[in-house]
Design a binder for this molecule. Sequence first.
Ligand SMILES: [Zn+2]
Length: 63
Amino acid sequence: MRTCHRFGRIKSGYERDISSLMDHATRNEGTGLAKSSRSSADGARRSMAFALNRHLAHCRECG
Ligand SMILES: [Zn+2]
């Protein structure tokens, strides 16, 4: 599938958030902070999927 640069920007923005949350979780392993960072990362993954699907539904360049 071909995707436009906007798709890439949405994706890389979320991926940066997710990886910093996961780094945070790893650094705080075994604490409540790790747990909440992981659940925020899960939420960000869902938001990313939603945002990308919404983009694909409306974008004329992707597909
Ligand atoms: Zn697009």
